[in-house]
Design a protein around this ligand. Structure first.
Ligand SMILES: [Cu+2]
Length: 118
């Protein structure tokens, strides 16, 4: 061993941050009001396969984001609380608020290149 090796196993040899992978980001949907299809903003929201939707309750009321098909369920979100779900399959995901079922939204999940799956 020579002096040049000392400390040579430091950060330089650590796992490097991977290059950003397109389509693995997070999209925020704000819950703004008990207002039918205008309750969730954006609505509908489009994400790519592998991306995450984070719902944030930006109102003083309590809400949920509950999948019509039972795929995801935030349970009750108080003001300022959030819920995240990562979508691994292309498709259309309607959801609603379990407390005020008139509140409805849709997540559109498209393939990485933005095209519908063949
Ligand atoms: Cu609601």
């Amino acid at each position: 061993m020579n002096v040049g090796d000392i400390g040579g196993k430091g950060p330089r040899d650590s796992v490097q941050d991977p290059a950003p992978i397109p389509g693995n980001g997070t999209v925020v949907v704000s819950i703004i009001d008990n207002a039918g299809s205008n309750s969730y903003n954006l609505n509908p929201v489009e994400v790519k396969v592998g991306e995450t939707v984070t719902w944030v309750n930006d109102d003083s009321n309590i809400y949920t984001a509950t999948s019509n098909d039972g795929i995801f369920n935030s349970d009750v979100l108080f003001e300022g609380q959030s819920f995240s779900y990562t979508f691994d399959e292309e498709g259309e995901y309607p959801y609603f608020c379990d407390i005020h079922p008139n509140m409805v939204g849709t997540v559109m999940v498209v393939t990485q290149d933005g095209e519908p799956e063949a």
